[in-house]
Write a protein that binds this ligand. Structure first.
Ligand code: IPE
Ligand code: IPE
Ligand code: MG
Length: 264
């Protein structure tokens, strides 16, 4: 039987003492590019282009703030339903950013991971992704994960499929399947769970992002449209996080007592 204890606190990642007020892993739904463009009298694609600038700024700001994990939702498994010209442009943008930014990420000690169902992408794009991950795999200042053709339900489903295959081969006893087993087969198995989730663009929903991983993530919503998201907005989200009490099912008194004991 494997270890299935009740800890949901993300594993500490840095050797240095961790500032618990600072989220170690931020996950972001970057929403509102289309509305930003419409409001500025521009085609939607212009919003996506400006969105890329906001992504670059966020990556730099997270690195500067010493946030070790950042996960971005770039293209959902449902976004294929958009007009084909928009889908095409979004995928072209993704590819060109991969081509132009990877070296800079590497120079800045950023480890890049791409998660999602990559089977729908061309061999050329899959090779670009593989090379980028290979080049940056030993970097450790910032772990940047980009979710493309990603869906939370897809992630849970592919984990189930892998576990079922192991059961079919007799490698694992169904009675031994725990939540740790499932977590190990999720595409985020190398990442701690997100501490803070930010969604821009005013919608208050998860839109099939990290469904399994965000069981205890603090949620933060802002009306700011993604291309307008600045370091001040990031600071506000982090500030909001610092005022939350994460109880993981315990009472407030228990959490306060544990905190006191830790700091004694
Ligand atoms: C987010 O902005 C980018 C992607 C989904 C790829 P949207 O394109 O969803 O912008 P709105 O929600 O239509 O304003
Ligand atoms: C979520 O935004 C996906 C990404 C930002 C990549 P959407 O704009 O697709 O979400 P819905 O459709 O409004 O829920
Ligand atoms: Mg949207």
């Amino acid at each position: 039987m494997e270890n299935d204890d009740l800890r949901l606190v993300p594993t500490p990642v840095a050797a240095a003492p961790i500032d618990t007020d600072l989220p170690q892993h931020i996950a972001v739904i970057m929403d509102g590019n289309g509305r930003w463009a419409t409001r500025n009298g521009l085609p939607r694609v212009a919003g996506h282009r400006r969105g890329v600038d906001a992504v670059k700024a966020l990556v730099e700001n997270c690195a500067r703030r010493k946030i070790p994990y950042l996960t971005l939702f770039a293209f959902s498994s449902e976004n294929w339903k958009r007009p084909s010209a928009e889908v095409k442009l979004l995928l072209e943008l993704l590819t060109s950013v991969l081509e132009s930014e990877v070296r800079k990420l590497h120079e800045n000690d950023v480890c890049l991971r791409i998660i999602g169902n990559l089977s729908r992408f061309s061999p050329r794009v899959r090779l670009l992704i593989r090379n980028a991950q290979e080049l940056t795999r030993s970097n450790s200042s910032l772990n940047l994960t980009v979710a493309v053709n990603y869906g939370g339900r897809w992630d849970v489903t592919q984990a189930c499929r892998q576990i079922a295959q192991q059961v079919a081969h007799g490698d694992i006893d169904p009675a031994a399947i725990s939540k740790d087993t499932v977590a190990r087969h999720m595409s985020t198995s190398e990442l701690p769970e997100p501490d803070l989730f930010i969604r821009t663009g005013g919608e208050r929903r998860i839109s099939n992002f990290l469904l399994w991983q965000m069981a205890y993530t603090e949620l933060y919503f802002t009306d700011t449209l993604w291309p307008d998201f600045t370091d001040d907005d990031l600071a506000k989200a982090i500030e909001s996080f610092a005022h939350r009490q994460r109880r993981f099912g315990q009472t407030s008194e228990q959490v306060t007592a544990a905190h006191r004991a830790q700091n004694a």
